[in-house]
Design a protein around this ligand. Structure first.
Ligand code: CA
Length: 250
């Protein structure tokens, strides 16, 4: 087990820890490879080999605050006891915005879309290359830090308020829970009202240039965002489809 002591830094009090990654994977060989690669990156790694242990670790911190003990979750889907999709669903239901990268032997599109729909941010199928895995972890951690940037002011579109520093969104005065990808999408839209975004451009901005999935991923996230924002998701007025081009706000 790792020590919970945090090194004191007098020169920069903002830097209190390196990124903390929880790896939830029951296959020993994959788990060991992933852990070694993450540690070589300088990350603090904690492991769980079944769903119930993982759930206990995740419940040790408040999911929506800075006290949450992990910055990234690497999650296998086929796990003993509690499966990965349920863990993912639970975290999002609790309001956690921690980035989740799914590792899975399941390769069909339905499985991938299901993983994204329950709130995962990225999906990589086994077998995968370690450099690609690390690149995706880095990208998720980087984007997580980016939208928590301290200079960002509050943004508003009609009755939607986005608070970048708090990673928080309210609609008609009420807090709503967005996944990191949904948050980033909304942040892009609000940052450039009426701009038309192509699916390819949204993927580049939100998922990164190394994303290997297809543009249906964007449609899935837009649908989820609409369900959370729109008074009538069947007749969207906030995130509008521009036929043949993509999407725009308003
Ligand atoms: Ca497994």
């Amino acid at each position: 087990m790792q020590s919970l002591d945090i090194p004191q830094s007098s020169s920069n009090p903002e830097v209190v820890h390196s990124a903390r990654v929880l790896v939830i994977e029951d296959e020993e060989l994959i788990r060991e490879m992933v852990v070694v690669s993450l540690q070589e990156e300088g990350y603090e790694v904690t492991t769980a080999t079944d769903g119930r242990t993982a759930s206990h670790l995740l419940q040790s911190g408040e999911p929506t605050t800075k006290e949450f003990p992990f910055d990234l979750i690497v999650l296998d889907l086929m796990l003993p006891r509690v499966n990965g999709l349920d863990i993912c669903r639970w975290l999002r239901y609790q309001g956690s915005i921690v980035p989740i990268l799914i590792l899975s032997a399941k390769v069909t599109e339905t499985d991938r879309v299901l993983g994204l729909e329950v709130g995962a941010d990225d999906y990589i199928t086994k077998p995968f290359s370690m450099p690609e895995f690390i690149a995706r972890c880095r990208a998720l951690l980087r984007r997580q830090r980016n939208y928590a940037s301290p200079q960002a002011p509050t943004k508003q579109f009609r009755d939607v308020m986005l608070f970048p520093q708090e990673c928080r969104v309210t609609v008609r005065g009420k807090d709503i829970t967005l996944s990191p990808k949904e948050f980033r999408l909304l942040e892009l839209f609000i940052g450039s009202p009426r701009r038309v975004w192509s699916r390819e451009h949204l993927i580049e901005q939100v998922w990164g240039p190394d994303f290997l999935g297809d543009t249906k991923t964007v449609d899935v996230h837009i649908r989820w965002l609409r369900e959370k924002l729109e008074p009538d998701p069947a007749q969207p007025e906030y995130i509008v489809t521009v036929r043949g081009f993509g999407y725009r706000l308003g």
